[in-house]
Design a protein around this ligand. Sequence first.
Ligand code: PEP
Length: 256
Amino acid sequence: MRTMIVAGNWKMNKTFQEAEDLTAEITKGVEKLGAPNVEVILCPPAPFLEMVLDLTDETYVAVGAQNVSEFDFGAYTGEISAPMLRSMEVEYCIVGHSERRKYFQESNDLLARKVKSVLRAGVIPIFCCGELLPEREAGNHVKVVKNQLEESLFDLEEKDFRNVVIAYEPVWAIGTGMTASPEQAQEMHASIRELITLQYGERVAQDATILYGGSCNPGNAMELFSQPDVDGGLIGGASLKADEFVEIVKIAINCT
Ligand code: PEP
């Protein structure tokens, strides 16, 4: 079923103590709201996962990882696998963030393998897709995202695809303050839903959760989340400030 989600991607930020304080503040704020009908997810750096899991236990806040290995177990020094995440009760994992694509050369093929590993383990992938600025300027944005979905997701069986959350994140909007307009976001989200319809049928497409990410903040969340095909957000910078993140959750609740 389509769920409104607000997920915070902390990236490689915060010390342990700062992360503890941020988790406590966000959890307190979200608990006050009650977060009905909205799934709130925190994606801290991997070394802090256990602490965030402990602090959010039996609250409305769920926990996700930011990255995962394509392998389940073995001699892959420094890697963290999906079965490991699952064994800690991590529920979500971001896959294919544009920073992973850019700085770690993650290809659509590799991401397809990561998505499969995550699903096999029973963790929900938050699969990121999105175009670069020159690709948008050339009018190729839909084509680029179509290719990312086709190469990384569309060979999944329907039952597995149903467990994937998609995050549309135009790369030019990430961390830049250049948010996509509500119209630009809606156009792409509708296109993604249409592509899902062609691949898996109308019902699966209508149930799919598609998040927007890219400089989303309390000032623009309402107009973005009010778009018919936008089901919440993946939040970077604004998720590092408890009051801003909780405000975005509040806005999402008002949009359900
Ligand atoms: C992100 O990193 O996924 C993101 C959307 O970042 P920001 O909100 O800072 O643009």
